[in-house]
Write a protein that binds this ligand. Structure first.
Ligand SMILES: [Cu+2]
Length: 169
């Protein structure tokens, strides 16, 4: 085994070594040159990146991670049904609101004339009594199925017909 290896080495060495030394020098010089050039470029780049980096990293960290996640959750988990309900003596318009169980219901109550409010007892919904031209918004979750009356609690307005139906299906 050892002899065989020796022989092979001896045979190969003289041929290659001569060339190896000549080529080797160039290779070494080439590598040194490359290292110097590449090193220089890298250092330049590094110094540039370091100057530019801090703002870039901050922007990236704040921007995409937080915002889309929240938006997606909102859209996926929650359906908001918004209605504009107008009040006037002595009626609401529209007189029927139809939603699905689990919906988040938003009512924008606009008072067209007189003083009124918008009340749904079963969902603890109640606006303030507002004057003509004012509006107020209420929001609640329609968490039970049924037909519920919304009404105006001012004076005898409810009895005068200032009522409507919220239908939760
Ligand atoms: Cu009223």
């Amino acid at each position: 085994m050892i002899k065989y290896l020796d022989m092979e080495e001896n045979q190969v060495q003289p041929v290659v070594e001569g060339e190896k030394k000549g080529v080797g020098m160039w290779v070494v010089l080439g590598i040194v040159g490359l290292v110097v050039v590449v090193g220089g470029v890298l250092m330049l780049r590094n110094s540039r990146t370091q100057n530019v980096n801090p703002p870039t990293v901050t922007e990236v960290a704040i921007e995409p991670t937080v915002l889309p996640a929240e938006e997606t959750t909102m859209e996926a988990g929650e359906v908001i049904k918004e209605f504009v309900v107008e009040g006037s003596p002595f009626k609401f318009l529209p007189t029927v609101l139809r939603v699905k169980k689990g919906d988040t219901v938003r009512v924008v109550f606009k008072n067209m004339q007189g003083t009124h409010d918008f009340v749904i007892d079963e969902f603890d919904v109640r606006t303030n009594q507002i004057g003509e031209g004012e509006e107020e918004e209420v929001e609640f979750t329609a968490d039970k199925v049924g037909t519920f009356e919304y009404y105006c609690s001012v004076g005898n307005h409810r009895a005068m017909g200032m009522v409507g139906k919220l239908i939760v299906e």
